[in-house]
Design a protein around this ligand. Structure first.
Ligand code: HEM
Length: 396
């Protein structure tokens, strides 16, 4: 897979296509080859570097001066231009200012009042679905993000039902400029138009997270022209990520009934099991960083102006960091997994995502003895990993 680099490029190179259908559906062998080839490997097809080892990905994410986000964290220039200035794609003081606003309703004390409601909703979802053949994606995993979270975000009623489609298509646009990315750009235009013209003061739900962004701008905490792209901070990542995480959890437990037994016998293992699910099946597989100045990692020089893709999904299965990394072990408790990223851009929504996952797994553990999978369709997606359809019966 690797060849000798030309004089201009130091370090290993690869022709491997990480975004080919086969690789997206089963990325693990390719990730392993890239990890073994070097700390960073030049992907000749895409003209970008791949970081796949745990230590390397962690180092890049925690070194924002050398690897800034302000030039975008996507794998194509068009998308990096569209999202310029939102929380995900900013650095330093500008990033601090918008992150401080976006994270406010997502901190543990702010989430505490929501706990009972989320738990009650989770119990209802489980009561409605146990014993029947259901699509775990639409009938179990989507419920909390779509009913609870989208309400909290508080977009105007009309258009809100498009949030699920927008979120998925937006993430697809994060990939390199392949057919999948090109197809998704149309929907992205619709989402940006909505963020600019519809998700505006006067139309947002009073007291919602989205309204709080405009209120903060009115107080001078952030420039007002930033607000539309900050809407994307909530519209993009608040739904699909958690939906994919929940469907992956059910799929893993269906295929590892002994691990489900362990969780049912001791539900205090659920937080550890959530970490293990996010380690093994990171819902966001990769973002990227630009390289600000020539930077050496373990003998390989990343040149200034290049781009390096940080594969969270590969780092999470690095045998240099996690023993027997492909094994699903709910007792492992990998609190340092990179499924939520690391460093200054670590996910602001992780407490909410954990709360939703925990509520559902607790409700399922109380009633379900076995998950039987009848049919599964993996999402063929540039960035996200999970299912578009997962037909299961949750047996009591
Ligand atoms: C299981 C669910 C989730 C996963 C796996 C996930 C994953 C991630 C990852 C990997 C990053 C880091 C990006 C980077 O390093 O550049 C991130 C950032 C972010 N996430 Fe999440 N996320 C999840 C849920 C959520 C939710 C529920 C929300 C909002 C309600 C959210 C909002 C954000 C925002 C705004 C950022 C940007 C933070 C910053 O740049 O400072 N995420 N997420």
């Amino acid at each position: 897979m690797t060849t000798t680099p030309p004089a201009a490029l130091s370090g290993p190179r690869s022709q491997f296509d990480v975004y080919a259908d086969d690789a997206l559906l089963d990325p693990w062998p390719g990730y392993r080859e890239l990890r073994d080839a070097g700390p960073v490997v030049h992907l000749d097809r895409y003209g970008m570097y791949a970081a796949t080892r745990y230590d390397t990905v962690d180092h890049i994410l925690r070194s924002p001066e050398a690897f800034p986000s302000g030039e975008g964290v996507m794998m194509n220039d068009e998308m990096n231009t569209v999202l310029r200035g939102n929380t995900l794609c900013s650095d330093g003081a500008a990033h601090d200012a918008s992150r401080r606003i976006v994270i406010r309703p997502l901190r543990p004390p702010a989430l505490r009042p929501l706990q009972d409601r989320i738990r009650a909703e989770a119990v209802q979802v489980v009561d409605r679905t146990v014993g029947r053949r259901v699509d775990a994606v639409t009938e179990i995993a989507q419920h909390l993000p779509v009913t609870v979270v989208s309400n909290l975000v508080g977009l105007p009623e009309e258009g809100r039902e498009r949030m699920l489609v927008w979120a998925s298509e937006m993430f697809s646009c994060f990939g390199p400029m392949n057919d999948r990315t090109r197809r998704s750009f149309g929907v992205l235009g619709e989402m940006m138009e909505y963020a600019t013209t519809q998700a505006v003061p006067g139309r947002l739900k009073p007291g919602s997270w989205a309204e709080a962004v405009y209120d903060a701008a009115a107080r001078g905490e952030v420039e007002a022209d930033k607000c539309p792209v900050m809407m994307i901070d909530y519209m993009g990542p608040s739904l699909d990520t958690t939906i994919f995480a929940v469907s992956s959890a059910i799929w893993l437990f269906a295929h590892h009934p002994d691990q489900w037994d362990a969780v049912r016998e001791d539900t205090s293992l659920i937080p550890s099991a959530i970490n293990e699910v996010l380690r093994l099946e990171a819902p966001i597989q990769d973002f990227s960083r630009s390289v600000a100045t020539d930077h050496e990692i373990d003998g390989v020089v990343l040149p200034a102006g290049s781009r390096v893709i940080t594969f969270y999904g590969a780092a999470n299965r690095d045998e240099r960091h996690y023993p027997d990394p492909d094994r699903f072990d709910v007792r492992r408790n990998p609190t340092d997994h990179l499924g939520f990223g690391a460093g200054p851009h670590q996910c602001v929504g992780m407490n909410l995502a954990r709360l939703e996952m925990r509520a559902l797994l607790e409700a399922l553990a109380a009633r379900v003895t076995r998950f039987e999978v009848h049919h599964e369709e993996r999402a063929l997606h540039n960035i996200l990993r999970g299912f578009t359809r997962l037909e299961v019966t949750a047996h009591t």
